[in-house]
Write a protein that binds this ligand. Structure first.
Ligand code: ADP
Ligand code: ZN
Length: 611
């Protein structure tokens, strides 16, 4: 059967009724031979935007993808839908590579996945010259740009595609790029003549919560217990040592947690990643080395135990939760020490001054997000030039943070930095404000200055809260040259002069870590009718058997969302089964029977009970 109509492909291969958002427009444009730059949030269906043109256009589509694991995943999923795709990569033997090349030359494949390194090998480019090419798709395209947050030199080399294969259309896709990064990608990949498709950035199914770090392990443990006792998730830590420590700590608690960082032997890394991808209740504790291109749709939560580098990184990392559109959580605990560490990294790198300046700005925006008293989603979307109403699905919307008029406090704090020469850190400044009597203050003669002891209305913790927000709103900034001594910024000087009203979040008392109102974000929580949850579990277990027998991740069989629909509608005929999202002809053939059996068994059991 050859299908060239995009909609029939969507329905018959993927099992979905209709295109979403700009998908149809993008697909038409690319099938017609146009170049495209696509910026859509994770989980919105970018893959289809190149996979369907790949099937419709004559010739093979070359898909540039950064990770072997990601390629294998996509190919496994495509194979389930009877789509002809393969990869060429370093994990394959020469014989396997030769066989795949032969298939490509013979026109037997719709898609070939390769890494940028492979693609750019002169020998491989020579091979492509002999093939009929339908399309180049560049996934994770932000890696092309130095302004992006994950620049990869190999990706930059992709600019040669435009010159070398001018007649082959190119589509570049990413989920995160701010305005300068977008422009850079379009220029580097020669897409200026093509079209740019930017869709809303919102990930409405993700709940955001950002809170101060107090006892991080306990905080995270409570979060998991409350919200995700039986789900898969990712926990990000800053260092390898912390990764190991947290993973071990969770394992002691009986959790199936695995570490992932660049210091592990490659086999162990691969094994832990495989275990996570295939498992349904596995937590991976990782440094940021983990996650690029992780396509697991049922990651239900992402935890940050430290702040990431910037908002793009945060959005991309948290974006790995809930790709299937079901309710998911992003939870971060942070402290001011994180910011100091990130600053050190920026200053210590050998990036050009201009790039360091940009990185500092980006870090500042992230701190602003952490300290905001308004809707987190609004701050996130504004950052990407998008907007929304207060979302009702983040911690600041759930419970508006208490604020107070901090105008006078801020003046005192900034003056204190000024009077002490802008070279001391937070702890010392607080000691001065509180009028502490100690040797250091004695030595510097700071008991005699006008700000000594003028801050006794606040506790130490309250002052820490105030200083944090002064730094987050860029009124004060730690000086890297001077051991983090707080300096007054231009904005801070203007503040002292004009004395505007300044509102701040009140300090959270350690004891007040009360439960947030919502219950666990479980996929099956939409199943409220009696017995439906049990049917969901039965279907899930049938899927588990199928996945194990084929040695593929469970979601490659069908997504959680499909299980939820099956449990809800209980289709008992082939036609009804085809109406379920995610079940097309191929999957019906393969899995219709076991799912049908589970449903029938369940309905009979219910019937028996009511007899
Ligand atoms: P992205 O690459 O943008 O993160 P994917 O391409 O992985 O997103 O798609 C996310 C999920 O949405 C997948 O499960 C995919 O099958 C599903 N999906 C994509 N397009 C549609 C559609 N038109 N209707 C229903 N589901 C879709
Ligand atoms: Zn909100």
């Amino acid at each position: 059967m050859t299908l060239t109509d995009p909609l029939s492909i969507l329905q018959d291969h993927y099992g979905y009724d209709a295109f979403r958002g700009a998908q149809a427009e993008i697909i038409d444009h690319v099938i017609g031979g146009g170049d495209a730059f696509v910026l859509m949030p994770t989980g919105s269906g970018k893959s289809l935007c190149y996979q369907i043109p790949a099937m419709c256009r004559p010739g093979v589509a070359i898909i540039v993808s950064p990770l072997i694991a990601l390629m294998q995943d996509q190919i496994a999923a495509l194979a389930q839908m009877n789509v002809k795709a393969a990869a060429i990569n370093s994990s394959m033997s020469n014989a396997e590579i030769a066989a795949t090349r032969q298939q490509v030359r013979a026109g037997a494949l719709d898609m070939l996945y390769v890494s940028p390194e492979r693609l750019l090998m002169p020998e491989f480019l020579g091979f492509l010259d002999q093939c009929k090419l339908g399309l180049f798709a560049i996934d994770e395209a932000h890696c092309v740009s130095q302004w992006g947050h994950d620049f990869r030199p190999d990706y930059a080399g992709l600019s040669l595609l435009a010159e070398r294969f001018p007649e082959v259309p190119r589509i570049a896709l990413t989920a995160t790029a701010d305005a300068p990064t977008r422009k850079d990608i379009v220029e580097r990949l020669g897409l200026t003549q093509g079209r740019t498709f930017v869709s809303g950035f919102d990930r409405p199914n993700i709940h955001y919560k950002i809170t101060l770090r107090q006892s991080p392990q306990q905080q995270v443990w409570k979060f998991i217990q409350d919200k995700h006792p039986t789900d898969s998730g990712i926990i990000y830590c800053l260092s390898r040592a912390k990764v190991e420590e947290m993973a071990a700590w969770l394992r002691e608690k009986g959790v199936d947690a695995r570490p992932y960082h660049a210091g592990l032997p490659p086999e162990m890394r691969a094994e832990n990643q495989r275990h996570f991808l295939q498992g349904e209740n596995v937590i991976i504790v990782a440094t940021i080395a983990f996650g690029m291109g992780i396509d697991k749709p049922d990651v239900r939560f992402v935890v940050h135990m430290n702040i990431p580098k910037n908002i793009e990184a945060y959005y991309q990392e948290t974006g790995r939760a809930g790709r299937d559109g079901l309710p998911s959580n992003a939870y971060m605990v942070y402290g001011m020490a994180d910011a100091a560490m990130q600053r050190q990294w920026i200053d210590g790198s050998d990036a050009p001054v201009e790039q360091k300046r940009i990185q500092h700005q980006k870090l500042g925006a992230l701190l602003g997000l952490c300290e905001t008293a308004t809707c987190r989603r609004q701050v996130l979307l504004n950052y990407f030039d998008d907007s929304c109403e207060p979302c009702g699905n983040c911690d600041t919307c759930d419970q508006a943070p208490e604020t107070f008029d901090a105008s006078i406090a801020a003046q005192k704090a900034i003056s204190c930095a000024y009077r002490t020469g802008q070279r001391f850190g937070v702890s010392y400044l607080i000691e001065v404000l509180l009028g502490t009597d100690n040797d250091r203050i004695e030595k510097f003669g700071h008991a005699q200055i006008s700000t000594y002891g003028i801050g006794k209305e606040f506790s130490k913790a309250e002052w820490q809260n105030i200083f944090r927000q002064l730094v987050a709103s860029n009124l004060l900034t730690p000086d890297a040259e001077n051991y983090g001594g707080l300096q007054i910024t231009a904005k801070g000087r203007a503040f002292l002069k004009e004395k505007p009203v300044l509102s701040m979040r009140r300090a959270v008392k350690p004891a007040a870590s009360k439960r947030s109102g919502r219950g666990p974000a479980r996929p099956a929580s939409v199943l409220t009718a009696p017995g439906d949850q049990a049917l969901y579990e039965a279907l899930r277990s049938a899927r588990g058997d199928l996945a194990r027998s084929q040695n593929v991740p469970a979601y490659v069989i069908v997504h959680d969302k499909t299980l939820v629909e099956l449990a809800l509608h209980k289709p008992t005929s082939r036609t009804k089964m085809l109406e379920i999202g995610g079940i097309g002809e191929a999957k019906l053939e393969r899995y219709g029977k076991p799912f049908l059996e589970a449903i029938v068994q369940h309905c009979e059991a219910l019937h028996d009970q009511t007899d």
